[in-house]
Structures are given as structure tokens and as C-alpha cells.
Design a protein around this ligand. Structure first.
Ligand code: GDP
Length: 326
């Protein structure tokens, strides 16, 4: 039975990837951080087959312990402080976890396998936020990186460190440059879930207004359940590489809002939406659209869920929660 260690198991992608690997017959271990982590119960309820190990990406000794306990064939580094807007408020912490955490994990793997034991294959969760002030449209693997937030800068560090360990130490280390990917499991700080949760509350009379930031920015939004399949496929290749994972389609935040209100059966979305400086960012990424050609050609991967299907899934889930409490 192959074994996998996932950091960031409590997040949206950790849950989808854990599910995928359990279905494939893996022995799945998840690194879980902090005392009384409120998300521990969620992981235990949704993925009872996952074995949880206490540890933190900023504590390298705990990573050694996690590697010893799990003896992984594959390591998926999904752990990060991942909310872009927050990264300006806590830039150092974001860098320690999202950037240095990658190096800590790579070093723990390298030192653990110095005696010649087989190195686990390594997946790094890179991000389209690395493209920031985009230098090509659409963005592809060769596009110059120009991050626009402390989070983006930290992800660039992790991305290049992953490539460097591949080149310096012959790691089977791949980096997936994932564009925004959403689901009913998305945290409410991200725009898609904020919109679908608020609309469900408006539809059930619990909220009057939806206060938004920039409605003009455009994103390439896919379904997280599709994207974790690309992560797994990268580690099944003979040669490690970097891949853009995206839908190749872009939509504005305004289109997202309009569509979500329509799906909930509420006409005149403008009556409910206002804008506030509080949700604007010091530097914005205006347009993200990825070219997934390489992932399609080399991994045989492509997105299976349309934008409309994704938003429908999220609105229906939040309507269910608001009306039935589940
Ligand atoms: P990101 O692409 O990783 O930053 O994902 P988000 O879901 O947080 O933001 C996507 C886009 O939506 C960004 O361009 C935000 O500026 C924009 N946006 C507009 N209003 C809001 C809002 O109220 N909350 C969030 N999170 N983003 C918003």
C-alpha cells in the first residue's frame, strides 16, 4: 500500500486530496498544527481513514517526526497561510510558513534520506498569485513571475526552492501552479464562498446586503475536486516538472456575483450589493487566466466542471446549510 503525507490536511485541497488518495488505496497521513486545532474534528468526521500527526511547517524537528511516522512514498505540501489579503497584515508569518515552510520540509526529506533510502516524491502547491502583475496573457509555465502580495512573494520562494531541490539533489519534486480553485469546502474569506454564503443568507432573510471589494478583477476559477487529480498525476510521471493547472477561462468578480444571485433565484442583484474600501487591496492582481495545455498534453488532465456548475454547486450547498442547517 503506498503511503502519502499531506501538509495542510485541514484545508479545502487537503480534504479533497485525502479523499482521492484514500479511494486509491493509499495509507494517508495528515500533518495537523496547533493545540486544539478547531478543524481537527472536521478532518476526523470527513476523512476517518486519515491518520493525523501533530506538526508544524515552521518546526523542522516535527517534520522529521512526521516523515518517520508516515514513511511516505509521496509528500504533498499544501500547508500555507493562503489568504492573500491577510498576507499584508502578517507578512513575516506568511513568509515563515508559506515560504520557509517549503524549505524546512525539503531539508527534512533531504537529511532523512542522506543514507541513500528512497526519497519520497514531492508536490509543491504553487499558485497563480505568483503571476501577479501578469507579463503574458494567458499565463503559462514560462511566464515571468511578478507577485503582487506578500503571499505571492512567499509562493515564488517555495516554487523556486522546489525546482532547486530537483536540480541540486535529484528530487522528484513537482510544482503545480494552480489557478483559483473553489468548492463548497472553500473558506468564507475567499470571494466565491463569501458570495455564495451571503446570497444564501439574503435568500433566507438573514442578511440584507453583500459588501464587496473590487468587482472588476478577473479570475480563472475551477473546481478543487478536479485540481487535486492533477497533483496526483504529477507524482505519477517518470520525470518531475512544473505545470499550470487552470480552466483557461476567465470571469470577473461581477459575473460571479450576477450568476450566483441568478442561481439563487434573486433578480436585481444590484439592489443588494455595495462596495467598501475595506475589501480593496493595497495591490491588486487584475487578470488571471492560465493556459493548461502542458497539463493536458503531458498529464492527460483537464477540468471537468464548468464555472456555472461550480457556482451552482456552491450556492446549492449554502442554501442547504441556511435552510436545513446541514
Ligand atoms: P485570491 O485570488 O487568492 O486573492 O482569491 P480571493 O477569492 O480572495 O479574491 C479573488 C478576487 O476577488 C480578488 O481580486 C479580490 O480583490 C476580489 N474581491 C472583490 N471583493 C472581494 C471580497 O469581498 N472578498 C475577497 N476575498 N475578494 C474580493
Amino acid at each position: 500500500m503506498p503511503s502519502a503525507l499531506i501538509t495542510g490536511i485541514t484545508g479545502q485541497d487537503g480534504l479533497y486530496l485525502g479523499e482521492l488518495l484514500l479511494d486509491k488505496g493509499y495509507d494517508v497521513y495528515g500533518l495537523i498544527r496547533g493545540q486544539n486545532n478547531p478543524k481537527e474534528d472536521l478532518v476526523r468526521a470527513e476523512l476517518p481513514g486519515v491518520k493525523l500527526i501533530n506538526g508544524d511547517l515552521t518546526d523542522t524537528a516535527s517534520l522529521f517526526r512526521a516523515l518517520d511516522a508516515s514513511a511516505p512514498d509521496e509528500v504533498y505540501n499544501l500547508g500555507a497561510i493562503s489568504y492573500v489579503a491577510y498576507s499584508w497584515d502578517q507578512a513575516q508569518l506568511t513568509s515563515q510558513v508559506t515560504a520557509m515552510g517549503v524549505l524546512n520540509l525539503l531539508e527534512a526529506i533531504r537529511i532523512n534520506t542522506v543514507g541513500g533510502s528512497t526519497k519520497p516524491k514531492f508536490y509543491q502547491a504553487s499558485s497563480s498569485e505568483m503571476f501577479g502583475k501578469v507579463q503574458d496573457v494567458p499565463q503559462r509555465e514560462s511566464t515571468l513571475l511578478w507577485p503582487r502580495s506578500p503571499y505571492g512573494v512567499a509562493k515564488v520562494f517555495g516554487h523556486y526552492m522546489t525546482i532547486n531541490y530537483r536540480e541540486s539533489y535529484n528530487f522528484h519534486a513537482s510544482s503545480g501552479i494552480l489557478f483559483n480553485h473553489e468548492s463548497p469546502r472553500r473558506g468564507p474569506e475567499f470571494v466565491t464562498r463569501k458570495v455564495t454564503q451571503s446570497i444564501a443568507r439574503i435568500a433566507t432573510g438573514k442578511q440584507n446586503k453583500l459588501v464587496m471589494g473590487n468587482l472588476d478583477s478577473e479570475r480563472d476559477w475551477g473546481f478543487a475536486g478536479d485540481y487535486v487529480k492533477a497533483m496526483w498525476l504529477m507524482l505519477q510521471q517518470d520525470v518531475a516538472d512544473d505545470y499550470v493547472v487552470s480552466t483557461g477561462e476567465t470571469h470577473s468578480v461581477r459575473e460571479l456575483v450576477e450568476l450566483a444571485f441568478a442561481i439563487a433565484g434573486i433578480p436585481n442583484w444590484q439592489d443588494y450589493v455595495t462596495q467598501s474600501e475595506a475589501f480593496m487591496r493595497p495591490a491588486e492582481v487584475d487578470l488571471l487566466i492560465g493556459d493548461p495545455t502542458k497539463a493536458k498534453e503531458k498529464l492527460g488532465w483537464q477540468t471537468e466542471t464548468s464555472f456555472e456548475q461550480l457556482v451552482t454547486m456552491m450556492v446549492e450547498n449554502d442554501m442547504r446549510i441556511e435552510t436545513q442547517g446541514a
